[in-house]
Design a protein. Structure first.
Ligand SMILES: Cc1cc2nc3c(=O)[nH]c(=O)nc-3n(C[C@H](O)[C@H](O)[C@H](O)COP(=O)(O)O)c2cc1C
Length: 240
């Protein structure tokens, strides 16, 4: 346990936790200003003051900037630790620009709405499929099975470009999008919008067609490693 009253006595992780806790309390008391919220990737606590009331002292704003940057650094480290505890099914996002195919391992994928059936994917702007997606290319979200770990490895940087399609049962949709014939589920989407946020772009996919296998043994990424889901203990109630 740690106390937030005397963080000076704390060391290492507990001091960071105390500092994050104080920041969370601060943010809850100081909602993000609309002005700050407009900054992509920088939802900062609203210590902005109304226009015309800013300090004229440049060292104050430099101090605020530095404090914000340090908060972001601490939050990034804490966020990465938190995300290690978020189990995610591993997918391969596949797409094409008409002449080249792209495939990328991804976990930043989620359902968006069932009306209309849709999902979203978050793609780093530096990743190889990004340029094609940014020009509006349709895509497929291929949910991998536990036996397809090698494909996840290939599609996360081990090899590049078209060679990523040398392994796996790749097929092509009527719309020219590559999809994995033996994925747990291959969800073909028409791209229906995107927006940029920080290092990533969020692409919305309107689901057109789904190929699903009987198996429900997904490849899962947790705590920096691949694993899979165990059968639930009998005492666990089914959710929904
Ligand atoms: C388990 C796992 C999940 C990943 N999830 C994402 C993701 O959701 N979005 C993303 O942009 N990159 C993600 N990546 C990283 C990309 O797979 C990787 O950076 C990319 O394929 C390599 O860049 P390249 O395609 O330009 O060679 C993930 C990597 C792994 C191993």
């Amino acid at each position: 346990m740690y106390t937030t009253k005397n963080p000076g006595r704390l060391s290492g992780r507990h001091r960071r936790q105390a500092s994050s806790h104080r920041l969370a309390v601060y943010i809850s008391k100081h909602p993000v200003s609309p002005k700050a919220a407009k900054l992509p990737g920088r939802l900062v606590p609203s210590d902005d003051v109304p226009d015309g009331h800013q300090s004229k002292n440049p060292s104050h704003s430099m101090h605020n900037e530095r404090a914000r940057a340090m908060n972001d650094v601490n939050l990034k480290a804490d966020m990465l630790q938190a995300m290690r505890r978020l189990a995610k099914s591993v997918t391969i996002i596949s797409t094409s620009n008409g002449s080249e195919r792209f495939a990328m391992a991804a976990t930043a994928v989620d359902s968006l709405s069932t009306e209309p059936p849709s999902l979203l994917i978050c793609v780093n702007k530096t990743a190889s499929p990004h340029a094609a997606l940014a020009t509006g290319a349709d895509f497929c979200v291929n949910i991998l099975g536990v036996e397809q770990q090698d494909l996840a490895h290939l599609c996360s940087g081990a090899i590049k470009g078209e060679a990523r399609f040398d392994r796996g049962n790749w097929l092509t949709s009527a719309g020219g999008i590559p999809y994995l014939g033996d994925a747990q589920s291959a969800i073909l989407c028409r791209q229906d919008g995107h927006f940029s946020y920080g290092t990533h772009t969020v692409f919305i996919g309107r689901i057109l067609q789904i190929h699903t296998s009987d198996a429900i043994t997904p490849l899962v990424y947790l705590d920096g490693s691949y694993t899979t889901t165990a059968k639930p203990a009998p005492s666990f109630a089914a959710a929904g």
